[in-house]
Design a protein around this ligand. Structure first.
Ligand code: ATP
Length: 563
């Protein structure tokens, strides 16, 4: 059956000649030709086409609003469980269980095409914010396996231990810190825990092909030690001046007793760390504490069993809750980074470690915590490490690791006033949870992720596949944008379905090329979060898209609003 279809696309009528055919027992609709915008001409054109095929028009059907994006509804925040996020990530190509065709492997995950883009964006934006945009921080990339003496000197071989425990009531297996033995109860049922002994989570390996001559080494359990081991070379080569930092992003491995909660606790993960060095006799922070507010959960508040207090980090420092200005500076800076990428700070708090909880090397540690669906958990540790590590490496290597401080004109062993240490995967989870919304109109998920983080920056749609000029221009636009941004070409299904598909994976902008645009040499851009559309000239598209991704211009101001 052949019929003419009138489609209303963003308020305008377009006519098409369609045909229904039965294929394998199913009725399939195929568009035979585009007939223009005027009904009479469309009917005439359709008759001519069908005449040449010796067919008649069967009927004219109005297909209601199918390609418009005016579906009423609201965008609602959806709180999902970690299991739901795991399923979503797998279904959409973000993250897969590693070696899944063999049943997976506990604690190991593979990042799919969208996941790798998001993860790379997180790392790139972290590096830009913490290293490239600052004068006082440089970066390194240390090796995963290094001389095992590094781990002996740092104390990891002898005292990096977790205690394996099993709940006597529900059988839940987990790990606790040494200081929690005899105090902690089962996190699932509050049952009593039975200790199964201490366990060093470092993965050991042997280096060298002949077993008798091989050396026992370790996959690094943290990136920090490679910074300490290289500290003096980096400081001297780059002619650094205190205060200054060395940053690193890289893989770390821990043979976790109970890997769980998707990416939250895995056995292979990545860390983004900074060791920030100062002269221990000069603790003044020359930078302003960024103006951010969060929930403060100091040791005192915890001891008194009170609720965390919301206040500016700057005020917490001035009130003496956060003891050191540098610590306040780094806590606020880290929160600012999350905020700048769209994370919701209402889901964050900073929690101070109690005296018993503090690591042997730290005099004060605050964790940036996030309200995960499975409770408040550590996202990033920010420790005052003092000069413990450089001191240990100086002693063990017998190398002088002191450096010259320009300001005090003396040779000193610097102190690490702060060590912000953030897991890439935990940041990944935060951005996924905070951007997970539901569109009640379209009835589909919308990942409202910051455009800078979005795996795909824009999807390019030819409005119809049958118009050769539209397809050609769409391909040209796609090829041109692809040189600079990760964009996709999407011509499958109705425009509505294409919007929904892209909303779900967080594509912030959909660019449509239509009949009108062919004449005017322009396109429409549709904003994921507001569904508003603007028309912009093709010649300005690249420039405008770059500004929209960076949020340098408001969407409505970037082009002519199109209803
Ligand atoms: P936790 O108490 O959760 O085991 P930790 O205090 O041992 O963490 P750190 O040694 O301070 O963690 O590591 C710094 C950061 O590295 C953590 O804040 C976290 O973001 C990340 N991280 C640590 N262990 C893991 C893991 N097993 N899986 C994913 N990320 C991790």
């Amino acid at each position: 059956m052949a019929f003419v279809v009138k489609k209303n696309i963003r308020g305008k009528d377009y006519f098409y000649l369609n045909e229904n055919k039965r294929v394998d027992g199913k009725v399939r609709t195929k568009t035979i030709a585009y007939l223009g915008k005027i009904k009479k001409e469309a009917e005439k054109k359709a008759s001519e086409i069908l005449k040449s095929r010796e067919r008649k028009i069967d009927k004219i059907v109005l297909v209601k609003d199918k390609k418009t994006d005016h579906k009423k509804g609201t965008m609602e925040k959806k709180n999902i469980s970690i299991e739901e996020l795991t399923t979503f990530c797998k279904r959409k190509g973000f993250v897969y269980p590693s070696g899944e065709i063999y049943g997976g492997f506990a604690g190991f995950w593979d990042f799919g095409p969208l996941g790798v883009e998001l993860k790379n964006n997180i790392k790139k934006l972290w590096w830009q914010f913490h290293v490239l945009s600052r004068e006082d921080i440089v970066g390194i990339d240390g090796s995963i396996i290094t001389n095992p003496k590094v781990w002996e000197a740092s104390g990891h071989v002898s005292s990096f231990v977790d205690v394996a425990v099993v709940c006597k009531k529900c059988g839940n297996k987990t790990k606790i810190d040494k200081y929690e033995v005899g105090k902690a109860l089962c996190e699932k049922c509050n049952g009593e825990l039975e200790s199964k002994g201490e366990f060093n989570p470092m993965f050991a390996t042997s280096v060298g092909p002949i077993s008798e001559e091989s050396i026992k080494a370790y996959l690094r359990p943290e990136t920090a030690q490679l910074i300490f081991a290289n500290f003096k070379s980096v400081y001297d080569n780059l002619r650094l001046k205190l205060p200054c930092g060395i940053a690193q992003i890289g893989k770390a491995f821990r043979n976790e007793i109970a890997p769980r909660d998707f990416l939250f606790r895995s056995r292979e993960f990545e860390q983004m760390e900074i060791e920030y060095f100062i002269n221990p006799n000069e603790e003044k922070c020359p930078y302003k504490i960024p103006n951010v507010e969060t929930f403060i959960y100091s040791e005192e508040i915890q001891k008194k069993n009170l609720e965390p207090i919301k206040m500016r980090i700057k005020d917490a420092f001035e009130k003496g809750i956060i003891k050191k200005e540098w610590h306040a500076y780094w806590l606020a800076t880290e929160l600012l980074w999350f905020k700048s990428l769209g994370a919701n700070l209402e889901n964050f708090r900073i929690r101070q470690h109690s005296k018993e909880e503090l690591s042997h090397y730290s005099s004060d540690t605050w964790d940036l915590e996030y309200k995960f669906p499975f409770g408040w958990k550590e996202l990033e540790g920010i420790a005052d490490r003092g000069n413990f590590d450089l001191f240990q490496h100086e002693k063990a290597s017998k190398k002088d690791l002191k450096v010259f401080d320009e300001n005090s004109k003396e040779r000193i062993l610097p102190s690490v006033i702060c060590e912000p240490s953030l897991g890439v995967e935990r940041a990944f989870l935060v951005f996924m949870f905070d951007s997970y919304f539901y569109d009640t109109g379209r009835e589909n998920i919308v990942l409202k992720i910051h455009p800078k983080l979005a795996p795909i920056k824009a999807a390019i749609f030819p409005i119809v596949k049958i118009n050769k000029d539209i397809v050609r221009i769409s391909h040209e636009i796609y090829a041109n944008l692809k040189k600079e941004f990760n964009v996709i070409y999407d011509s499958g299904g109705s425009v509505g379905r294409r919007y929904a598909r892209n909303d779900e994976i967080g594509t912030p902008f959909c660019i449509t090329i239509d009949e009108e645009g062919l004449k005017k040499k322009d396109v429409t851009i549709r904003d994921r979060d507001t569904k508003k559309q603007i028309r912009v000239k093709i010649s300005e598209l690249k420039n405008i898209l770059a500004k929209l991704i960076e949020k340098e211009i408001k969407f409505e101001a970037a082009g002519e609003i199109f209803e």
